[in-house]
Design a protein around this ligand. Structure first.
Ligand SMILES: [Zn+2]
Length: 203
């Protein structure tokens, strides 16, 4: 006997997600089969909303439901300092740590030549206009914190941005090594993240 198609196809969907192997995919599917109907409905709705209700903030490029996002729209944030991160999860991790009150810029990836990801694939072009903005009473950016992960790609990306922005004469810093090499920002605990930000050095 074959597994019914509707069961098999959900297993397949789960399996296509990162970090989920065939066993977990099957376990999740059978769990849903026995769970109340609402759970499957909630899951389907939440997954649909994820794509239809979110957009990218036109300023910082973070994922948001409102453009500009909450951070860019907050008059209390320090507009002279921009923290550059790889992905939205990094913003959420830093926000949770409560150790940063400036603005962000989300790259949506890192330069990875082996995977054919160059600077054009990232939101680097969107960064430059933010740095040049000096008319209209906007506070000029005084510091860029390069907070890409301490991986080879993260370092290469930080270096690329540093070289690109150097002619603009903005102070560039790199987060401290509180984050172990090869580790990812989004998984760092709040204390480590705060230390990494506070201990940032000129780059
Ligand atoms: Zn924003």
């Amino acid at each position: 006997m074959k597994v019914p198609k509707s069961v098999a196809s959900l297993i397949e969907v789960f399996e296509s997600l990162p970090g989920i192997g065939p066993k977990t995919a099957a376990r999740l599917t059978y769990y849903l089969l026995h769970a109340p109907d609402e759970l499957s409905q909630q899951l389907a709705e939440a997954a649909a909303d994820l794509k239809t209700k979110t957009k990218i903030c036109s300023i910082c490029q973070n994922i948001t439901e409102h453009d500009p996002c909450e951070v860019c729209d907050d008059p209390g944030r320090d507009r002279t300092i921009i923290c550059i991160v790889e992905d939205p999860l990094d913003v959420w991790a830093i926000e949770k740590s409560g150790s940063f009150l400036g603005l962000y810029h989300v790259l949506h990836g890192v330069i990875a030549p082996l995977e054919n990801i160059g600077p054009e694939e990232l939101k680097i072009n969107e960064l430059l206009p933010r740095l040049r903005q000096d008319s209209g009473g906007q506070a000029k950016v005084k510091e860029l914190i390069l907070a890409t992960n301490p991986s080879m790609e993260g370092e290469a990306t930080a270096m690329y941005i540093q070289r690109l922005t150097k002619p603009l004469g903005i102070k560039t810093t790199r987060i401290a090594r509180g984050i172990p090499i090869g580790a990812e920002l989004e998984y760092a605990d709040e204390v480590t993240l705060r230390r990494a930000l506070e201990g940032r050095k000129d780059y």
